[in-house]
Design a protein around this ligand. Structure first.
Ligand SMILES: [Zn+2]
Ligand SMILES: [Zn+2]
Length: 381
């Protein structure tokens, strides 16, 4: 089954035919049998999958080893090809990249445009181990093609080198949609039992719109990096152990990416992430200066000597007597912490390099904002 065939050595694509054109082609082919399969040259019959995708099938299967696709894979391929064209790119269908003895690797749709690098789309409806995904990706990269994967399985790669997204078919609307892994997603733990939660899949986008957007540069890895983000400072108020007066402690730092980049994950940190006695501490102290914190009843963040730790460390302190407020306070009052102030920061490597946990950052993000006005705070990737 295929979306293309040949007629007197000319390639025909099923997506070029409306219903009427399709019926005319069928009638003509019945008479002249001019249509041939591209895989083996066999005669062609015109068919339709149960989901309504028009395709070319072998009149007689014979000895051809071409694989049979599911109706879902076919409708996805059709949607991708049409979207590639809407985006103004040339679409080539079912491009063989490896012979059958090497796994019969075929790229479903390849998008080309003058002066641009080709982008290919691979629909993977059947299960494929991640090491094989990596193998095929390396092969496609060696051929100079950037391949995006649409996979039905729960376990998909999350990495810049292998853009991969979950593909589903919605029976009610008979359309395909793409889901992007969210901050809690990890391919090793993802299974059909546990991974349907909202934190696993952060954005859901119609497949056609996704392909169009991907070709227009709306797909980004680590979207927060390089953006100006609101830094929400979450504070809890407690009694100073020394002077017994109330002072505010900075408990959490939240880089609220979701307010700037809809659907992107917020990045959380705490002041101890920046406790490097140099650049990290300087950056945080410059961003949250004493006067700003004081306006909200919060003591200075600065290095103080901690007897508990036996060293000088970046710490919260009392706004009244400057006594170091130890980390153990965090556990007792952390649950009461509320965002009390927000400052805009350029979230670049000065910040990112201090974060141990990059799970919220190293994810794909699809920019589904309308084109006008989106450019202003778009990250440069
Ligand atoms: Zn064939
Ligand atoms: Zn005090």
């Amino acid at each position: 089954m295929s979306l293309k065939c040949t007629s007197n050595d000319q390639e025909l694509l099923s997506i070029d035919f409306d219903n009427e054109g399709w019926e005319n082609l069928r009638a003509r082919n019945r008479k002249d049998r001019a249509l041939k399969m591209t895989c083996c040259g066999a005669d062609v019959v015109l068919r339709q999958t149960k989901l309504g995708t028009q395709y070319f099938a072998h009149a007689k299967k014979g000895r051809c080893t071409a694989v049979t696709d599911t109706a879902e894979a076919m409708i996805a391929r059709e949607a991708i090809a049409k979207a590639v064209r809407r985006a103004g790119w040339n679409a080539s269908l079912e491009m063989p990249r490896a012979p059958v003895e090497e796994g019969g690797w075929t790229l479903d749709v390849q998008a080309d445009r003058e002066g641009g690098k080709p982008v290919a789309f691979k629909v993977q409806w059947g299960r494929l181990p991640l090491d094989e995904v990596a193998h095929y990706q390396a092969m496609s990269q060696a051929a100079g093609i950037r391949t995006l994967w649409f996979m039905r399985q729960q376990s998909i790669p999350v990495e810049k080198a292998t853009p991969a997204f979950r593909l589903s078919h919605d029976v009610d609307t008979n359309t395909c949609f793409v889901s992007l892994p969210g901050p809690c997603y990890h391919p090793v733990f993802a299974s059909s039992k546990n991974s349907e939660g909202p934190n696993y899949w952060q954005q859901h986008v119609d497949l056609g719109s996704f392909v169009e957007g991907a070709l227009a540069g709306k797909l980004r890895f680590a979207p927060q990096v390089g953006c100006t983000l609101p830094l929400d400072v979450c504070v809890a108020y407690t009694e100073c152990w020394r002077c017994k007066k109330t002072t505010g402690l900075v408990i959490d730092l939240c880089f609220a990416a979701s307010r700037v980049l809809q659907g992107a994950a917020d990045v959380t940190a705490n002041i101890y992430d920046f406790d490097d006695e140099r650049r990290g501490a300087d950056l945080l102290m410059a961003t949250l200066p004493v006067e700003t914190l004081a306006r909200h009843g919060i003591g200075a963040i600065k290095p103080r000597f901690s007897r508990t730790e036996g060293r000088t460390c970046l710490s919260n302190g009392c706004i009244h007597c400057d006594a170091l407020q130890g980390r153990f306070f965090d556990h007792e009052v952390a649950y009461d912490a509320q965002p009390v102030l927000s400052v805009d920061v350029l979230f670049d490597d000065r910040w990112v390099s201090h974060l141990e946990d990059r799970d919220a950052i190293d994810r794909w993000w699809f920019d589904d904002r309308p084109c006008d006005g989106a450019a202003e705070d778009a990250p440069q990737s």
